[in-house]
Design a protein around this ligand. Sequence first.
Ligand code: ADP
Length: 205
Amino acid sequence: MFVVALTGGIGSGKSEAAKIFAELGIPITDVDAISHQLTSANQPLIPVLAANFGNQYITSDGTLNRTAMRDLVFSDQNALAKLNAILHPAIYDEAIKQLQQNIHAPYQILVIPLLFESPRYSPHISRILVIDCDEQIQVERVKKRSSLPESQIMQIIKTQTSRKQRLELADDVIENNGNVDELREKIILIHKKYINTCILSKTIS
Ligand code: ADP
């Protein structure tokens, strides 16, 4: 199983990059998507979250109230630790299940924003691909995508692994300061490289 972990700061373009890999036929496992799925209506984690945080964190349609929870954990470290202890093992189990379902793909992508804060994934990862862009562009893209104020975006960036550290830990880096067509060209190049690496490693083994 050849797994490329795709990571980067908020708004760097991870989802956009993952979309392009998917268009190339590469299976995508996305931990944020799994987190959303596991906290939607009728999921077994919902009563666990209600018991730990109170019913006010569950919306009337039975999903996690993400805005209320985000506000809580932003200002309360204990609540954040408790939420992580509930969510992270479940997200991990589902992510590994999805990776194993795609074992016959030439390679696959694991989209994981907090890769460097999540060491439990390390044994499953073959290469680390960082999507990188300048901080100003990052902020502008997030502002355009969401209603978050700039101060909160800057706070999120500060809590994430620094850009410098991320670049040091990367095996591959795609710079995403240009437009989507430029991003696509870079992804097609790296896709060919990954395919060749997989063919080579399968030939040798
Ligand atoms: P992430 O998943 O890393 O948080 P996204 O992929 O959602 O970031 O990108 C943030 C926003 O910027 C999205 O609205 C996305 O469509 C846009 N975006 C990403 N890359 C580019 C690009 N190269 N040119 C223009 N817009 C982009």
